[in-house]
Ligand binder design. Structure first.
Ligand SMILES: Nc1nc2c(ncn2[C@@H]2O[C@H](COP(=O)(O)OP(=O)(O)OP(=O)(O)O)[C@@H](O)[C@H]2O)c(=O)[nH]1
Ligand SMILES: [Mg+2]
Length: 466
């Protein structure tokens, strides 16, 4: 890299291809304000640009070269050399002046990444590297940082193996103070660290399992929120729970699991977690599998789709999410009920919603629920749909007034009922308190036993309680 182009804060340590210096612990936690050049082949650059934007990296120009990816260098060698020369010689007036990062819109092999970094003589990230940097920035809990670090080290290991391999075959790199022994030492250190982190991750998974077991034992029902990144999962979670969580217009703002009680429904727990993205290498997402599992091992899964996206984008994100869910579901675990929820209703027209539903119908999705966390439209409808799916239809019943002074007052009985159910309607009359509530069948049996003749079903409707 030309020294005139270096960021003054960036220590001139030998650069491991696309690692952002992570192996040398020269970890840069912010890349905000960096100027980058994007290289692409036939891929659509929109999502990659949005990811770079999330990191506040400014993409100065997109250089496209059509055709098949080259196995060694992705783009043609001649083209890369021309780019390198132009980057090196860019005068202050040139738009490329000050660029110190090249973003490649593809998931590269370690070989391609090393070769490209070497030829461009500039820090080079592919899509996986960009996601890893983004995850590193957004990981705020100890568990999330552990998971991100594992994902990073896995990716670095592939690069290191490639470097060791090159030294063995006599190919020299134009940078780096490695050498076969040096890279091997780094590889061993990396493997040791991975072992420690995986041990920690196993303990973390066990803690999640224990949490899940306790929830089940307490009779709680869980509702997982899944969907593409930026679909509006955390916003919906906050609307349903009345609990603040990180909501930002950026990709992957959530990297850890948040569990919250659905408001007014003490027995229903919602689980918000990391989102999906297209074409993510499975070992990258594997680091997050414990996190994902916590929301996928549930009684009901809400699959969220951002309805304000163009129809083909909704379909693409639906297919990605469905694939990830399928790949990640544990065949030994019980099956869950799935409900597709369309979000951001406030940002789209009625005709657009019809078109989205029509497109989803051809994928076998005949029912969707339309919501907006911004305007709260559809939230109550979703809440009752969730409750009916979990507990069956609501039950209408009457709480009679006390017969003697020693009988419990209506208010005390009502608060006991509310601790175990979600009350939808409430009305007082001369006969007593009329309630319509979603009650888990087991809870209804228990209430009947403890309250005896103080509660009576009002409408003769079939119930799972009987
Ligand atoms: N107009 C509108 N915007 C919304 C709505 N819900 C969420 N958003 C916006 O969509 C963006 C993403 O929302 P989040 O709730 O963070 O989405 P997420 O799925 O949790 O995203 P990640 O955690 O990054 O995967 C934010 O800018 C929200 O303000 C909605 O109902 N209407
Ligand atoms: Mg989120």
């Amino acid at each position: 890299m030309d020294s005139s182009m270096k960021d003054p804060d960036w220590d001139p340590v030998p650069l491991i291809a696309g690692s952002g210096g992570v192996l040398t612990e020269e970890l840069r936690t912010s890349h905000a304000g960096r100027r980058a050049l994007m290289l692409t082949r036939n891929e659509n650059p929109t999502e990659f640009l949005a990811l770079a934007d999330t990191m506040d990296v400014q993409v100065v120009e997109i250089v496209a070269q059509r055709g098949r990816s080259d196995k060694r260098t992705h783009l043609g060698r001649g083209r890369l050399e021309a780019i390198r020369d132009e980057l090196r010689m860019a005068p202050e007036s040139h738009p490329w002046f000050g660029i110190d990062l090249v973003l490649v819109n593809a998931n590269l092999s370690a070989r391609q990444l090393v070769n490209m970094t070497d030829m461009l003589q500039c820090e080079t990230w592919d899509r996986v590297r960009l996601l890893l940097e983004l995850f590193t920035q957004h990981a705020s809990s100890v568990e999330a940082r552990n998971q991100v670090r594992i994902a990073r080290l896995n990716a670095d290991r592939n690069v290191l193996r490639e470097l060791v391999n090159r030294e063995t075959t006599g190919e020299r790199l134009g940078y780096g103070a490695g050498g076969r022994t040096g890279w091997n030492v780094a590889l061993n250190a990396l493997n040791r660290e991975l072992k420690t982190l995986r041990g920690r991750q196993r303990r973390y998974s066990r803690a999640i399992k224990e949490r899940q077991r306790q929830r089940r034992a307490s009779g709680a029902r869980t509702v997982g929120l899944a969907g593409y990144t930026n679909a509006g999962k955390s916003s919906l979670f906050a609307s349903l729970c009345g609990k603040p969580v990180i909501v930002e217009d950026r990709y992957f703002s959530t990297l850890e699991t948040t569990v919250g009680r659905m408001q007014f429904s003490p027995r229903v727990l919602l689980v918000d977690t990391i989102g999906f993205i297209d074409d993510i290498p499975s070992d990258l997402l594997d680091a997050f599998s414990a996190t994902l599992k916590e929301s996928l091992e549930c009684d009901l899964l809400l699959l969220l789709l951002d309805c304000s996206d163009p129809v083909e984008e909704v379909v693409r994100k639906f297919e990605t999410s469905r694939r990830e869910l399928f790949d990640r579901s544990d065949p030994d675990a019980g099956s869950y009920d799935l409900l597709v929820v369309l979000t951001k209703q406030d940002s789209c027209s009625e005709s657009h919603v019809v078109a989205v539903n029509h497109a989803l119908d051809s994928f076998g999705v005949s029912e969707t629920i339309l919501t907006s966390s911004t305007s709260s439209e559809g939230i109550e409808h979703l809440r009752s749909n969730i409750l009916t799916r979990l507990h069956g239809p609501p039950i209408s019943f009457l709480v009679s007034p006390p017969n003697s002074a020693s009988d419990r007052p209506i208010a005390a009985i009502e608060s006991e009922i509310r601790r175990n159910s979600m009350v939808g309607e409430r009305r007082m009359s001369d006969e007593g308190l009329h309630l319509v509530a979603w009650i888990d069948p087991a809870d209804w049996v228990r209430l009947n036993r403890s309250l005896g003749d103080r509660i009576h079903r009002e409408v003769d409707q079939p119930s799972q309680a009987e």
